[in-house]
Write a protein that binds this ligand. Structure first.
Ligand SMILES: Cc1ncc(C[n+]2csc(CCOP(=O)(O)OP(=O)(O)O)c2C)c(N)n1
Ligand code: SF4
Ligand SMILES: [Mg+2]
Length: 248
């Protein structure tokens, strides 16, 4: 069995629930910061993302819910050579912070990493814009009624309409192959930012076994079988090749 070396930049063990996808994505980000040898500035809000506080030595800032993208655009303007990224939940980036997320996509040169776990995890599993039709949550006890409560929201697809958005993708972490693909997607978005050419977004489908009331194994199976039917995996927009070609 191959094991992954713990990144040197990693300072504390994660405090997420067993089987939570957040911990895997954070680990991938730590690996990339180390492998790319960049100085990072990470912005997150409340939500389970705040377990990230103090994970590594580079500066991190916790913003009010929904506001991380606006703060990140300002941080990038002040420190253009740093890797500036937001790490946000779906409730944070889409529901409460849609305006900030769209503004960052419209004009920012940052990276948004968005954890889509189909609910408001930290506050007890309320329905989010990303909840699947028929999915039960604490505020959709009979299952989400898409006619009354809306269809699942596809953030990277919407962001990809902006000229400034050069890379938009969706990954998942329900098995090792998808974990590796997701790392490659985040790496591409980070490299795009460091080339100074625009905004990149990577949404990651993650399990929230605690609020979904499933075992970690069943959560992963549900993502693979049900969640990916609404949220297709892979690259939605990629103009990074064009940028490189123009630069030659
Ligand atoms: C301005 C504001 N509104 C609402 C809240 C309450 N609140 C804290 S976390 C959260 C939901 C988090 O959901 P999400 O962003 O999807 O992250 P997750 O915990 O699912 O990873 C809410 C509504 C808040 N702290 N601040
Ligand atoms: S409540 Fe859900 S999203 Fe939050 S740490 Fe637990 S499993 Fe993860
Ligand atoms: Mg969420």
């Amino acid at each position: 069995m191959t094991t992954r070396k713990k990144p040197e930049v990693w300072k504390k063990d994660s405090s997420f629930c067993p089987g939570c996808g957040h911990g895997i994505v954070i680990r991938l980000i730590a690996e990339l910061i180390e492998e790319m040898g960049v100085k990072s500035r990470e912005l997150h809000a409340v939500g389970c993302a705040c377990n990230l506080n103090g994970c590594w030595n580079d500066p991190q800032l916790q913003c009010p819910h929904g506001r991380a993208a606006a703060v990140a655009v300002g941080a990038k303007a002040c420190e253009p050579d740093d890797l500036v990224f937001t790490y946000q939940g779906d409730g944070d980036a889409y529901v409460i912070g849609l305006s900030e997320t769209m503004n960052a996509g419209y004009r920012g040169n940052i990276t948004s990493i968005i954890i889509n776990n189909n609910n408001f995890g930290m506050t007890g599993g309320q329905m989010s814009w990303t909840t699947l039709p028929g999915q039960t949550t604490t505020t959709s006890k009979k299952g989400r009624d898409a006619l009354k409560e809306g269809e699942p929201f596809k953030g990277p697809e919407l962001l990809s309409q902006f000229e400034n958005v050069k890379f938009a993708a969706r990954g998942a972490v329900y098995n090792p192959a998808e974990v590796n693909k997701t790392k490659a997607l985040i790496k591409k978005a980070f490299e795009l930012q460091m080339s100074g050419e625009g905004y990149g977004v990577v949404e990651v489908l993650c399990g929230c076994p605690t609020n979904w009331k499933m075992s970690p194994v069943d959560s992963n199976k549900w993502i693979e079988d049900a969640v990916t039917r609404y949220y297709g995996l892979g690259i939605i927009k990629d103009e990074t090749a064009k940028i490189l070609k123009e630069a030659i």
